[in-house]
Design a protein around this ligand. Structure first.
Ligand code: NDP
Ligand code: 5RP
Length: 465
């Protein structure tokens, strides 16, 4: 199999780091960026790797600088920039060339682009790359979508640059066209949920107990040594430790409380709802970012809307740790349920155990839990549901009481815990053998003659109203 030569468009945060990773793994790489000075900066700081990096001044020159077959990675913002890069590349490619979109593209765009590029006679891979700048530089987790014929020739280089979990490369071909970007989108949905629950616990300690960042950080450092061990818990402790060099104050106290978002969390929720799936914890996290942006309204409301009489409490640290544990399990469970629905809808045949495996290192949601999740998916899961696997059902049984106590305490003192409270509500909904949708059906039949099914006989019925 001929090894493809490597090229990259978009020498920004991710592109620069991935280019160095590719070079470090023994490949020459041609680079193009709208602002060429970025490439100069990259090359001048690349040390021993500099000879492997070639600056080009146009997309045409990039293609011309690469021996065939070519593999050209796009690391540009999702949407128009990806489209524009493909437009610019197509006239110059030759058969056997592959375009790899490594950004956070909407999987529907990736499906359409795959069709377009393949119709033009070339190959296309939509690759979700996770791990941020550090991951891209030293080993990201990569979720690949596209044809097997496009994947196989690039597999060695992608495996070489990927993060390794006990020697296993955190990259996998997950399905055709948009499958990789869909899995990355759901990865980010879970990321939003985990981040939000952590932020909520930080808020309970800051506003409920009045602790300073330096009094909260040690808790996260300690939790990172136990069952909560994960990248997000680790960096939370480090963020809390950060001191602003200008003022000497804790950095976190100076950061405006408005969260950015580029779309992947929202897309997860949109797709979940479209496929009839409940993703309440992820939805709560997206909603919280939206409300965070309404800072002026929140500040006005804080003066008008009544707070409870008691606004402080002491939280049990073990309960907080357990609450985060349960919330994380339930967020993963929702994410994997969305993946299952999409796999069925698009006939992707996603391998959930492998997805959990490639999330064990390199990516933002990597956590100690993922090894257990992959093992659970390798066994015969009752109803295909993670939360019904023996190990997870028993973990939930052990820790759910803590989540209840934390949420109850937070609600009593008026502190918002939208994701944690969604988690406990979802848990209770899922375990409710007889739910309350009988009332919804009665109401629907009352106002719209929609009919309902009965427990005691077959058929469609109307009520006596
Ligand atoms: N940052 C992260 O942690 C992660 C980001 N991603 C995704 O990777 C992609 C790149 O992100 P990131 O590196 O952070 O972004 P940056 O903003 O750091 O870099 C974007 C790059 O794209 C180039 N660019 C912008 N617009 C165009 C255009 N119209 N045509 C061609 N090139 C363009 C920029 O060029 P110039 O320098 O001239 O402006 C720059 O090189 C995004 O899809 C992002 O969502 C995925 C995982 C993690
Ligand atoms: O993909 C990522 C991490 O996995 C990127 O950092 C992404 O930008 C995060 O999403 P958002 O900007 O919406 O918080």
């Amino acid at each position: 199999m001929t090894t493809a030569s490597m090229g990259l468009i978009g020498v920004g945060t991710m592109g620069s780091a991935l280019a160095l990773n590719i070079a470090e793994n023994g490949h020459d790489i041609a680079l193009y960026n709208l602002d060429p000075s970025t490439i100069d900066d990259l090359i001048s700081g690349a040390g021993d790797l500099a000879p492997r990096l070639t600056k080009t001044e146009s997309v045409e020159a990039l293609v011309a600088a690469m021996p065939t077959p070519r593999a050209i990675v796009l690391l540009v913002p999702a949407g128009g920039p990806v489209e524009a890069s493909i437009d610019a590349l197509l006239p110059h490619l030759t058969p056997g060339d592959t375009i790899i979109d490594g950004g956070n593209s909407d999987f529907r765009d990736t499906m359409r682009r795959t069709e377009r590029v393949e119709a033009a006679g070339f190959q296309y891979l939509g690759v979700g790359v996770s791990g941020g700048e550090e991951g891209a530089r030293h080993g990201p987790s990569m979720m690949v979508g596209g044809s097997k014929a496009s994947w196989e020739p690039l597999r060695p280089v992608l495996e070489a640059i990927a993060a390794k979990f006990e020697g296993d490369p955190c990259v996998a071909h997950l399905g055709p066209d948009g499958a990789g970007h869909f899995v990355k989108t759901v990865h980010n949905g879970i990321e939003y949920a985990d981040m939000q629950m952590i932020a909520e616990v930080y808020g309970l300690l800051r506003d409920g107990e009045g602790r300073k960042p330096s009094e909260i950080a040690p808790l996260f450092h300690c939790w990172n040594e136990g069952t909560l061990q994960s990248y997000l818990i680790e960096i939370t402790g480090k963020v809390l430790d950060g001191v602003d060099p200008e003022t000497g104050k804790p950095m976190i106290d100076l950061i405006v409380d408005q969260a950015g978002q580029k779309g992947t969390g929202r897309w997860t929720v949109i797709e979940a709802i479209r496929m009839g799936q409940s993703a309440s914890v992820i939805e709560a996290a997206v909603g919280a970012r939206v409300l965070s942006s309404e800072r002026v309204v929140r500040q006005a409301a804080s003066k008008v809307l009544a707070a409870p009489d008691t606004t402080t409490a002491i939280f049990d640290e073990g309960d907080l740790e357990s609450a985060l544990m349960v919330g994380r399990i339930l967020a993963y469970a929702q994410g994997f349920r969305i993946l299952k629905a999409a796999s069925e809808e698009f006939s992707w045949d996603l391998d959930y155990a492998r997805i959990a495996e490639i999330w064990r290192a390199g990516c933002i949601i990597r956590s100690a839990l993922l090894d257990d999740i992959s093992q659970a998916f390798r066994s015969d899961l009752p109803h295909g549901r993670l939360i019904l696997a023996d190990e997870f059902a028993s973990l939930l049984e052990t820790h759910i009481g803590a989540l209840r106590r934390v949420v109850a305490q937070a609600v009593t003192i008026g502190l918002p815990v939208p994701a944690l409270s969604s988690a406990v509500s979802w848990y209770d909904e899922v375990r409710q053998a007889r739910g309350t949708a009988d009332m919804i059906q009665g109401q629907r039949d009352f106002f719209g003659a929609h009919g309902f099914r009965r427990l005691d006989k077959e058929g469609d019925f109307h009520g006596p109203w």
